[in-house]
Design a binder for this molecule. Structure first.
Ligand SMILES: Nc1nc2c(c(=O)[nH]1)N[C@H]1C(S)=C(S)[C@@H](COP(=O)(O)OP(=O)(O)OC[C@H]3O[C@@H](n4cnc5c(=O)[nH]c(N)nc54)[C@H](O)[C@@H]3O)O[C@H]1N2
Ligand SMILES: Nc1nc2c(c(=O)[nH]1)N[C@H]1C(S)=C(S)[C@@H](COP(=O)(O)OP(=O)(O)OC[C@H]3O[C@@H](n4cnc5c(=O)[nH]c(N)nc54)[C@H](O)[C@@H]3O)O[C@H]1N2
Ligand code: SF4
Ligand SMILES: [Mo]
Length: 740
């Protein structure tokens, strides 16, 4: 038997747990997956989704070769050269006939966990030459990127809660016990939260549902969906009114405190209580508790981002932390130091680019290169976008039909495209509309480096993940696909393009250290692909060996030998070093954000008098957005796509446990099973997204049979936006429900 243990991290969520995989290489069989107890960051943790690494590898429905849709609707396999030629021709034809803007690009979530995709997607951008860039970001954390871009000069300088050292954790609109932490890479978050309490700290959760996290917290506050900006402003009000302001070390570098004081004047807890549903005395107490706990930390996630005031809420999370001196200090919100050097000091960056491209239908601008997910459906629609519609689309690791607003209209738009290519491993609700699907080799067949996860981790680390199996002939990794396609479109060959990219990177990274370019190129060796770039960045990075100048420093070779994460220490104060704003100031009251306060004021009355039901989202332990429902181990059990309704709301509408209900929003209608529970506040219903696998033409046999569910994003209205950032409003959607 040729089985042995392999060491790598799980590429499914941000926790990026270090795993041990026992596999028989010859028989291409995974025998066991377990948490690596010797990994200093994840300490043996893993969750049920880790089995997906083997599950996806073995899944008979996984696409293994490029397939092309034939005129009769059937799919035919083709070889890679034919497939890439076909893709390049189709995309180029659209560029030539209608201009590059007629092409769209959509990048989905799993690409963030594949270093090859992250480091090589630039070739896609170069080849497609389109400003029409859509992604999951504007349905996710974009308000955080936007506020960081405005306040700190760079969107990826994201504040991360230092939960291992905090003594008070105020969590708004996040459910880390289930999501395993987001913008908070924290393997075994349950244990870490328990540790906060064991050291005498306190956890407060603000959520319209008593979530799994709320259940372990010391206190849970129901809040009306979308109302967090009112609550947070009321905390700011109390901080000024009760003299709790203590910005500490950062104080000297912050402008705009007087403006913020003035803005907060109208948002006393007494005046916001009706809008939020949280009593004034509770909000006052929370503000005081935050100020008296020396290591308090305020954190907001999906429920504060994909809402009507996502930017204001995300910004106010920053503001409260900054006013209380809880920013860039142990136990507060801190800034990781990735070993590959993305967040090292640098000169000021220009202000956030808004436009110049504007969408065809609503004239919405690109913001820092991103278009709103909520404009996707209409930009595909021939009736609405006319001659300026997206005619050709390239989708990478995304399932927008289930994950973006107005999913049903997206499906219709995809069906009317002239040409569509998907890089994906399943024939699903989105990719079934493609003319061509290019599958990537399964995760287990390529090595990886936790490139993105190291920059949102609660502890500094670097980890290499080894390939468990060799790729089979005829399998390609994402970076090879991008490179080979781009080479065809740009009229060159992949090796030349790769070499050019390498030289550019060496010039940039090694140049900063004054190293000899040729010597560095020689040291990196001839093996093509992302790992050579990772090695370059690691060695030139903050902990690197600087190609021999600091012999004790990090190299990829050392990471490989470690077979686990290398612990680079707790997060350390560094914001002032890495600020990229003009004059290195933090303009806390920038009009790019505060201009939206007028809208918040105007909408207050509507929140106070709101009637009817509001829909919010929910994540579940055995799924990852839309794509793990096809694995038997994760799809088993009762149907999970249920609408949770409060018993009082149900009684009024004649709904009972297990009945079918019709849910209607301004955008659409669906039918779903009802579950009754007082875990949601009255007036709120909760439905998970990522289901709706019953469509014809989808090759997801297990999902279709065991967990078909309904597509929650049929109900997500693509009209309203978080105005400053263009983020979608996926929580707090007005809905009506009736028994069917
Ligand atoms: N209503 C509502 N909608 C939401 C959300 C919500 O909370 N509520 N959350 C939003 C958020 S936060 C996100 S991130 C988005 C996610 O939105 P998307 O990224 O569009 O959707 P996913 O379901 O993650 O789809 C992942 C796709 O990648 C494919 N895939 C998996 N592994 C690989 C691989 O190794 N290679 C390739 N090439 N493809 C692979 C899968 O088959 C699937 O098609 O959804 C958003 N949508
Ligand atoms: N098992 C699993 N893990 C995942 C994912 C998954 O699909 N499954 N997805 C991954 C992805 S892509 C992401 S981005 C992260 C997301 O990570 P989280 O943000 O931690 O996850 P959610 O469960 O979406 O939590 C959002 C919470 O916001 C609440 N909420 C809704 N509206 C409001 C509001 O107006 N105010 C407040 N205060 N709360 C509100 C919801 O009830 C919900 O509990 O999870 C990641 N991890
Ligand atoms: S918590 Fe996330 S990274 Fe860890 S095993 Fe589960 S899915 Fe994988
Ligand atoms: Mo996400």
């Amino acid at each position: 038997m040729s089985a042995r243990w392999f060491h790598r991290s799980c590429p499914i969520c941000e926790a990026s747990c270090g795993l041990r995989v026992l596999a028989d290489r010859e028989r291409r069989e995974v025998l066991r997956i377990e948490g690596n107890a010797e990994d200093p960051i994840s300490r043996g943790h893993l969750c049920p989704k880790a089995t997906a690494l083997a599950g996806v590898f073995e899944d008979p429905d996984r696409i293994r070769r490029p397939i092309r849709r034939m005129p009769d609707g059937d799919w035919a396999e083709l070889d890679w050269d034919e497939a890439l030629d076909f893709a390049a021709e189709g995309l180029r034809r659209i560029q030539t006939e209608h201009g590059p803007e007629a092409l769209g690009l959509y990048i989905g979530n799993p690409s963030g966990f594949d270093v090859g995709s992250l480091l090589y997607n630039r070739y896609l951008f170069e080849a497609l030459r389109t400003p029409r860039m859509f992604s999951a970001a504007t349905m996710d954390h974009f308000p955080k990127l936007y506020t960081s871009r405005v306040l700190f000069g760079k969107g990826s300088i994201l504040p991360i809660p230092d939960i291992d050292r905090c003594d008070y954790f105020l969590c708004l609109g996040g459910n880390p016990i289930v999501s395993q932490g987001s913008l908070m890479g924290a393997p075994d978050v349950r244990k870490r939260l328990r540790a906060v309490q064991e050291r005498g700290g306190r956890i407060v959760v603000v959520d319209p549902r008593r979530t799994e996290t709320a259940r372990v917290a010391d206190e849970h506050l129901f809040i009306r969906p979308g109302a967090d900006a009112y609550l947070l402003f009321s905390l700011v009000h109390v901080i000024f009114e009760e003299g709790l302001l203590r910005p500490g070390r950062l104080g000297e570098h912050v402008d705009g405190l007087d403006e913020i004081r003035a803005l907060a004047r109208d948002f006393s807890p007494e005046s916001t209580a009706r809008a939020t549903g949280i009593p004034a005395e509770t909000a006052r107490r929370i503000a005081r508790e935050l100020s008296t706990h020396p290591r308090a930390c305020v954190y907001g996630r999906i429920g504060t981002c994909t809402v009507e005031f996502g930017t204001l809420a995300s910004w106010l999370v920053d503001v409260v932390n900054i006013l209380l001196g809880r920013y860039d200090e142990p136990g507060g919100m801190m800034f990781p130091r990735p070993a590959t050097g993305q967040h090292e000091p640098g000169g000021p960056l220009p202000p956030i680019p808004i436009g110049p491209y504007r969408t065809a239908v609503r004239g919405l601008p690109t913001i820092d290169g991103h278009l709103p997910a909520s404009s996707f459906a209409e930009e595909l629609d021939p009736e609405r976008a006319g001659e300026k519609r997206v005619r050709g689309l390239f989708v990478v690791a995304g399932n927008p039909v289930l994950s973006m607003p107005a999913g049903d209209r997206i499906a219709r738009g995809l069906a009317s495209l002239d040409f569509m290519v998907a890089v994906d491993i399943y024939l699903n609700e989105t990719t079934r509309h493609a003319d061509l699907i290019l599958p990537t080799a399964p995760q287990l067949t390529h090595d990886n480096y936790d490139f993105l996860c190291q920059s949102t981790s609660i502890h500094n680390f670097a980890r290499y993940g080894e390939a468990v199996f060799e790729a089979e002939p005829g399998e390609k990794r994402s970076w090879e696909i991008y490179l080979e396609l781009a080479a065809r479109m740009l009229g060159t060959d992949a090796a030349t393009l790769d070499q050019m990219g390498l030289v550019q990177n060496v010039t940039r990274f090694a140049g900063k250290l004054g190293l000899d370019t040729q010597a560095v190129l020689d040291a990196l060796g001839p093996e093509r692909g992302p790992m050579r770039l990772v090695d370059l960045q690691l060695r030139c990075g903050p902990y690197g060996d600087h190609f021999g100048r600091r012999p004790d420093g990090l190299t990829l070779e050392k990471l490989k030998a470690a077979r686990r994460a290398i612990d680079l220490g707790p997060l350390e104060p560094r914001l002032l070093d890495i600020l990229r704003t003009e004059g290195r100031r933090i303009r806390l009251a920038d009009p790019l954000i505060t201009d939206d306060v007028a809208r918040l004021r105007e909408r207050r009355a509507a929140y106070e008098t709101a009637e009817g039901l509001r829909l919010v989202g929910r994540r579940q332990p055995r799924g990852m957005n839309s794509w793990l429902h096809n694995l038997p181990a994760l799809a088993k059990g009762r149907p999970r796509c249920t609408l949770i309704v409060h018993p009082d709301d149900a009684a009024r509408r004649g709904l009972h446990e297990g009945c079918r209900a019709r849910v209607r929003s301004r955008a659409g209608v669906l039918e779903v099973d009802v579950a009754l529970s007082d875990e949601v506040m009255p007036g709120v219903v909760s439905l998970p997204h990522g289901f709706g696998h019953g469509e014809p033409g989808v090759r997801l046999d297990v999902a279709r049979e065991r967990q078909p569910g309904a597509n929650a994003n049929v109900l997500t209205d693509d009209g309203p936006l978080d105005v400053p950032s263009g983020t979608s409003v996926a929580n707090g959607i007005p809905v009506e429900i009736e028994a069917c």
